[in-house]
Design a protein around this ligand. Structure first.
Ligand code: HEC
Length: 285
């Protein structure tokens, strides 16, 4: 009797699960996706032509690119965005010597304390300091940016879906509202103080296009500073900022894998050697 009940309960449970599964599948297959400008005109992030030097199993940083990207960050983005998890000493990764890092740090101002009076002052940064935030607090940041707070960029390529491709696409992707969009959604507006960008999920972003003209930054290595080039370089720099050990991780990974394969073969040979003298026991039946 108990067994019958158990079977009954099991069957009932299976039946309910089946029904809900089929109903969901039916719904998913037949419901039209909601038609909205955000759905129809949002573009997927893409990598620049030629891809990134640091993706793939044997990718490496392009040091020249990181240096150019740092320059774009310093001269353009740092007006609004901080980089609070990166210290000036980390710039040594970009191929700068200790003296160059010290000199570079000194070109930045960070909050400090006057040793004589104890008053809050700004002082030149040292290699051990972290990149300063451009605003003293979020209220000031929002007030200066039409009520939107520019996020800290230290981890931005980790904090967004397809982060590296996304940041690149966002920077290089400002464009006029496509005619098809206004045709299909006559009510669509880009409010005052916002800017149309199809890579931003809401299509209207509170950041004015930061990179607007060729030559906005002068690269020391003579690379032409086009908008896509500056976007690509600063994105590579931000990817490094978010994961400075990305390349090292891959470079350590390969020897570790090779060692593990080698160790497995050794272990297998050792096992055969140790057990070679032992005959399999006869079965007693
Ligand atoms: C004039 C100030 C200003 C400058 C300069 C600026 N930004 Fe922004 N940025 C903003 C504001 C404001 C937001 C918030 C936008 C929003 O939430 O709508 C933002 C948001 C972002 C975001 C996040 C978008 C998201 O998905 O939430 C990224 C990435 C970004 N900026 C990168 C950059 C880079 C890289 C530069 C330099 C090339 C730069 N910004 C220069 C003001 C600025």
């Amino acid at each position: 009797m108990v067994r019958l009940l158990a079977i009954g309960a099991g069957l009932l449970f299976t039946f309910v699960v089946m029904i809900s599964f089929v109903a969901d599948a039916y719904n998913a297959a037949t419901t039209e996706a909601e038609e909205s400008p955000e759905y129809a005109f949002h573009l997927e992030a893409r990598a620049p032509e030629g891809g990134w030097s640091f993706t793939g199993p044997i990718g490496t940083w392009d040091i020249g690119q990181l240096q150019r990207g740092y320059k774009v960050y310093k001269e353009v983005c740092s007006a609004c965005h901080g980089l609070k998890y990166v210290a000036f000493r980390n710039l040594a990764d970009l191929g700068y010597t200790e003296n160059q890092v010290r000199a570079e740090a000194a070109t930045w101002q960070v909050p400090g304390i006057d040793p004589a009076t104890g008053e809050a002052v700004m002082r030149a940064a040292e290699p051990t300091d972290y990149f300063p935030s451009p605003y003293p607090n979020d209220v000031a940041a929002a007030a200066a940016n039409n009520n939107a707070i520019p996020p800290d960029l230290s981890l931005i390529t980790k904090a967004r879906h397809h982060g590296t491709d996304y940041v690149y696409s966002l920077l290089a992707g400002y464009q006029p509202i496509p005619a098809e969009l206004t045709e299909e959604f006559p009510d669509f507006r880009t409010p005052e103080g916002l800017y149309f960008n199809p890579y931003f999920a809401y299509l209207n972003i509170a950041m004015a296009p930061p990179l607007t003209s060729t030559g906005q930054v002068t690269f020391d290595d003579g690379t032409e500073a086009t908008i896509p080039q500056m976007s690509e370089d600063v994105t590579a720099f931000l990817t490094w900022a978010a994961e400075p050990t990305l390349v090292k991780r891959k470079q350590t990974g390969w020897p570790v894998l090779i060692f593990l394969v080698f160790a497995t073969v050794l272990a297998w040979m050792a096992k055969r050697q140790i057990w070679s003298a032992v005959k399999p026991a006869k079965r007693k039946d």
